[in-house]
Design a protein around this ligand. Structure first.
Ligand SMILES: [Cu+2]
Length: 329
C-alpha cells in the first residue's frame, strides 16, 4: 500500500514542481554589461570599440543588469546623460546625473547590479569618465494571459457582453489573445438576440470603433454575416484598447470590450537610443574633417564647374553663369 502511494505521489509531485517552476516570472533575467579594457582612456587610441558592451540593452521590467568592470581603472554607473569625447576635450562639461541610480565606484574585477522595475528608457554614464555612455531600454512584462483594461484576466473565449439596452448579445474573440505591437490581430465577432440568445437572421448592422489610449484609431460600418464577421488590425503602440460596437441593430445602444496592447519584445524599438561608439580615430583627424571638409568640397565643386563638368546645368542656369564670368575673379 505504502509503495503504491509513493508510485502515485512521485508523478504528482513532479508535475507540481514542473508547473511551479514553469509559472515562475519566466522573463525575470539577469543581463551582463561589460566595461571593457580601455574604457577609461579618453584619447582616441582606445583599444575598445564600446564603452559598455553592449552599450544599449533591451530588457523587461523586473530584469536585473550587472555591470562588470573588466578595465584597469575604477568606474561607476550614474543615471543621466554623459557627454561625448569632443565635449570632454573642448569644454568643462561633465555630464548631467538625473538621480535615478548611482553605483558608487567599483574597482577592476568588481561588479554592480541594478533591477529595473519600470518600463522606460534609461540613459547612464560613468561620472569619472563622462564620455562613457550607455542606455537601458526596459519594456513592459508581457503577460501570458490576456486581461481587460482594468487588469482582470480574460479566461473565457469568446468574450460575451450585452449591449446597454440588453437587446443584443455580442460575442468577440481576438487572436492572439495577448496583443503585441506590430503583430496582426484577428477579431472575430457575432451578434445574437439578447433575450432569446438566438442567431439573428439577415445579420445585424453595426459601427465598430477602436479606441486606444483615449484616441480613436479606426472606425468602420458593417453588417454581420452568417458565421460572424472578422477584421484584422495591427497596433503600433502599447496601451489600453477599447473595441466599441455602436448603433448595433441601428439602435442607439453600444457595447465595449477592453484589453491591453503590450510592447512587442522582439521588435526593434524605434526610440532605442543611439550611443556614440568608441572609435580609433585621432582627435586631430576628427577636427580636420569638421573644419577642412566643407571648404574642400567647395573647391572641388568650383574646379569641376570651371572644367565644364556641369555643362548640362549651364544651360539651365545661364544667368548666374554669365554673371560669374563677368565678375573680376
Ligand atoms: Cu569610468
Amino acid at each position: 500500500m505504502k509503495r503504491n502511494i509513493t508510485l502515485i505521489a512521485i508523478p504528482i509531485i513532479a508535475t507540481f514542481l514542473f508547473v511551479v517552476t514553469y509559472n515562475q516570472p519566466a522573463f525575470a533575467e539577469n543581463m551582463t554589461v561589460t566595461i571593457p579594457f580601455g574604457a577609461a582612456n579618453p584619447n582616441f587610441d582606445t583599444p575598445t570599440v564600446e564603452w559598455f558592451s553592449p552599450s544599449v540593452v533591451t530588457v523587461r521590467a523586473g530584469d536585473t543588469i550587472t555591470w562588470v568592470n573588466k578595465d584597469k581603472e575604477i568606474h561607476n554607473i550614474t543615471s543621466g546623460n554623459g557627454i561625448n569625447r569632443i565635449e570632454f576635450a573642448t569644454t568643462n562639461r561633465v555630464g548631467t546625473p538625473d538621480g535615478l541610480f548611482q553605483s558608487g565606484s567599483f574597482k577592476p574585477g568588481q561588479s554592480w547590479s541594478y533591477t529595473f522595475t519600470t518600463p522606460g528608457i534609461y540613459h547612464y554614464f560613468c561620472s569619472i569618465h563622462p564620455w562613457m555612455n550607455g542606455a537601458v531600454v526596459v519594456n513592459q512584462q508581457v503577460p501570458t494571459v490576456a486581461t481587460d483594461a482594468s487588469g482582470q484576466a480574460i479566461t473565457k473565449w469568446p468574450v460575451v457582453e450585452k449591449t446597454l439596452d440588453g437587446q443584443y448579445e455580442a460575442d468577440l474573440s481576438w487572436e492572439p489573445h495577448v496583443i503585441l505591437t506590430n503583430e496582426k490581430v484577428t477579431m472575430v465577432f457575432q451578434f445574437y438576440n439578447g433575450i432569446t440568445g438566438r442567431m439573428i437572421e439577415g445579420g445585424v448592422p453595426y459601427k465598430l470603433a477602436i479606441v486606444q489610449n483615449g484616441k480613436e484609431l479606426f472606425r468602420t460600418d458593417g453588417h454581420t454575416q452568417i458565421g460572424g464577421d472578422f477584421k484584422y488590425f495591427v497596433f503600433d503602440k502599447p496601451g489600453t484598447v477599447t473595441f466599441r460596437f455602436q448603433n448595433v441593430g441601428d439602435g442607439n445602444s453600444f457595447v465595449d470590450f477592453t484589453t491591453m496592447v503590450y510592447q512587442n519584445p522582439n521588435e526593434t524599438n524605434a526610440n532605442t537610443p543611439v550611443i556614440q561608439p568608441a572609435r580609433n580615430v585621432a582627435l586631430g583627424q576628427e577636427f580636420t574633417l569638421l573644419f577642412i571638409g566643407p571648404p574642400i568640397v567647395l573647391v572641388v565643386v568650383m574646379i569641376l564647374w570651371a572644367k565644364g563638368v556641369f555643362s548640362g546645368l549651364r544651360n539651365t542656369s545661364k544667368m548666374s553663369h554669365t554673371e560669374k564670368k563677368r565678375s573680376p575673379l
